[in-house]
Design a binder for this molecule. Structure first.
Ligand code: NAP
Ligand code: SF4
Length: 667
């Protein structure tokens, strides 16, 4: 029987048939702005070869004022059209279909020239927008229509008009940002005039045989957002105006509710697509936190949607669909929704990549070609750095033996997977294990490795990871290490955590969580974060109702700054907010005077006090575990040292995996 019969079923759109129900959702990769069109084309063609039914490009600006940032890519000149031709030709040659997203950012444009319905500044932008007059609105519509006709000229199979996530068209829809009293504001009929008019005129301009996707916001998650009745009215009007497909968006970018981070339950918002689907007769796409074929298949089989949009999963594995179709889902590199190499990069002005797949967006500059000489390679340490080095080396034809003193693969990932909200790490470890087995890598686990074990190899890779830093605090032997705590050591009701880095935050979340992780309990997660029903409150915001914390926790650091500043750019706020809602006291500027029978003695702002806690957990950072590397050096043996064993500071799985892959690509 065909695996995933709903996911792999074709979808007839009239003039064209999609080969399956999978949409690669729009992602801003930064590739277009490099001007290297071969690289852009290869990024999309690689995913077309991997079997995805339809792809949507990153958002293209319809004009200068609508670009997300100054210099944002768009189809402004005949040369731009030619450049995009390179992409569409390559995708078509690979058997794929591709639509171009037209993204007008409105007040989210990072520019003093930004425009919107009214002059209401966004909390995530320093620039108040200029309220458009009637002629200005007409200009914006005309520019969006021109972008669509140029997309057709450039060979695209369709366009996606971005109407969600709080961008320009969304800004006209809600009274939160639309204070107008003319025919573009006031009643909902007036507020929805702009998106409907855009779709009507785009359809008229591009003709019937062109895919027109409209991305509609199902739940704005802002005050005075759309009501459910308005969402339905808009969806029907957009269908009548000529859209072929409704894609769905969740939450404005300024919403204080996480919508795509790893701690968001899988398919947490798909119930809203399910509710919309019977209201229209065009296909509806569901999205957000869908990252396995099983989840996608279940949604489609239940009738929640006609198609499933996955974006980041196609960074992690371009062959997602092909592997699912071949019954090899365990070989799909999973997107763990960490944002570390994709969105965090985008928002830091760096090219997008992927923690799990360093080749993402680097297809033309990082290759795993077969080696000229096949070697015997020893990799010591089966954490992320070592496992990735082993996999890439094996893929290139080397014979690899992977050693670890632990009796399982995964290294520090096995600790991360124990943290509530980090359940996706389970899939990552499983994928590594399945891939190591599939690649024929010999594993030698459960035994300390010495110099004597490594004699017969042509290359030795040391990826022995890190060990906890000794913070040198008086009485620290009374404390617990984070490893002990995550592995289930008994901990009392009042706990102080020393160190507020990534691991300190993880441990604090572990300590305040109740019996289970809310990430695996969507109803409870929605209650905690105040995700309501847009049919009850406009925008779908409810009063957050977190459960009481399991423990009273202090999260401490010596630096005077606010704890959590070093966390991920797009996810740090979620960790801080999660701990705040559980009443965790996050203190900076703390000096540790000693751990005593009565608790932790500290000084803060020159005042000494004792925190009367039952336990103190040490999360004071890491140092490289270089014992083996040093022994090899003493024995005069050359070795490559990677991951935490190389540099522990700021170590995370992204750097470890990237370093492992890049080393093995050259062995
Ligand atoms: P870290 O992020 O470097 O944090 C170490 C913490 O220990 C800091 O709060 C530091 O703050 C404190 N510290 C350092 N030296 C100390 C000393 N001698 N005595 C007492 N406190 C000391 O390291 P980590 O938390 O162990 O995390 C390791 C790596 O894993 C991090 O780089 C992180 O990127 C990664 N990770 C990331 C995430 C994530 O969410 N992305 C989650 C887990 C782990 P003060 O020096 O101010 O006291
Ligand atoms: Fe997914 Fe993380 Fe890769 Fe982004 S970096 S695509 S979130 S695994």
């Amino acid at each position: 029987m065909m695996p995933y019969p709903h996911l792999l079923a074709p979808l007839d759109l009239g003039h064209v048939t999609l080969k399956n129900r999978v949409l690669m959702g729009s992602m801003h990769t930064g590739l277009e702005e490099t001007g290297d069109w071969n690289r852009v084309a290869e990024f999309y063609a690689t995913r077309a070869r991997g079997g995805v039914g339809l792809m949507v490009t990153g958002g293209m600006a319809p004009n200068r004022e609508g670009g997300v940032f100054p210099g944002a890519a768009g189809l402004f000149t005949p040369q731009d059209v030619q450049n995009h031709r390179i992409v569409t030709d390559r995708v078509h040659a690979a058997g794929g279909l591709i639509a171009m997203q037209i993204l007008h950012a409105g007040r989210y444009a990072y520019s003093k020239d930004c425009v919107s319905a009214s002059s209401v500044k966004s909390p995530i932008s320093p620039f108040p927008p200029r309220a458009l007059d009637e002629a200005g609105i007409e200009t914006q519509i005309a520019d969006i229509v021109t972008a669509a006709t140029r997309a057709r000229e450039a060979g695209y199979d369709g366009v996606e008009v971005m109407g969600s996530e709080g961008y320009f068209l969304n800004q006209f829809l809600v009274t939160h940002t639309n204070h107008r009293a003319d025919r573009w504001g006031g009643s909902f009929e007036n507020r929805m005039r702009l998106p409907v008019e855009v779709v009507r005129r785009v359809r008229a301009a591009v003709g019937p045989d062109f895919i027109l996707i409209y991305r509609i916001s199902l739940i704005d998650l802002i005050p005075n957002g759309s009501t459910w009745d308005e969402v339905v009215l808009l969806a029907r009007a957009i269908e009548s105006a000529g859209a072929s497909i409704l894609n769905t968006g969740i939450g404005w970018h300024e919403a204080r509710v996480p919508t795509i981070a790893t701690s968001v339950p899988r398919a947490a918002f798909a119930h809203l697509t399910a509710r919309l689907r019977p209201e229209v007769s065009i296909p509806v796409i569901t999205s957000n936190r869908i990252n396995t074929p099983e989840v996608a298949e279940t949604l489609l089989a239940s009738g929640a949607a006609d198609m499933v949009s996955m974006a980041r999963p196609f960074l992690a594995d371009p062959n997602f669909v092909a592997k699912a179709a071949a019954g090899r889902a365990d070989q799909i590199a999973p997107c763990i929704a960490c944002n570390q190499a994709c969105l965090d990069h985008t928002f830091s002005g760096k090219l997008t990549s992927c923690l799990v797949n360093p080749r993402a967006c680097h297809e033309t500059v990082l290759s795993y070609d077969p080696a000229l000489v096949f070697k015997r390679v020893a990799v010591v340490g089966a954490g992320p750095a070592g496992m990735m080095a082993a996999l890439v080396a094996a893929q290139r034809g080397h014979r690899v033996v992977l050693f670890d003193r632990a009796d399982q693969l995964g290294g520090q990932l096995n600790l991360a997977r124990l943290v509530p909200g980090k359940e996706e790490f389970n899939g990552l470890v499983d994928w590594f294990a399945a891939s190591v087995a599939e690649a024929g890598i010999e594993t030698r686990l459960g035994k300390d490795v010495g110099v004597e074990d490594l004699g017969g190899f042509d290359e030795v890779v040391v990826a022995t990871g890190v060990r906890p830093r000794d913070p040198g605090i008086a009485g620290q032997e009374r404390g617990l290490s984070y490893r002990e705590v995550l592995r289930g050591a008994p901990v009392g009701r009042r706990v102080a955590v020393i160190g507020a880095g990534g691991i300190g935050f993880d441990v604090a979340e572990f300590l305040v969580a109740g019996e289970h992780s809310v990430t695996t309990h969507p109803e409870q997660w929605r209650r905690e974060w105040g995700v309501g029903d847009p049919a009850v409150t406009a925008g779908g915001l409810a009063e957050p109702a977190p459960d009481a914390p399991a423990r009273e926790v202090w999260l401490l650091q010596r630096k005077a700054e606010k704890p959590g500043r070093g966390l991920g750019k797009t996810t740090g706020w979620i960790h801080r907010a999660a701990l705040q809602m559980k009443g965790v006291k996050m203190w900076g500027g703390v000096s540790y005077l000693g751990i005593e029978a009565g608790g932790l003695r500290i000084s803060r702002d020159g005042v000494e006090e004792i925190l009367a806690v039952d336990q103190v957990v040490l999360c004071a950072g890491q140092v490289p575990e270089r014992g083996l590397a040093d022994q090899l050096a003493e024995a005069g043996m050359t070795a490559h040292v990677i991951g935490g064993a190389d540099v522990a500071a700021e170590l995370d799985a992204k750097r470890a995996i990237d370093q492992g892959a890049r080393l093995a690509a050259k062995l």
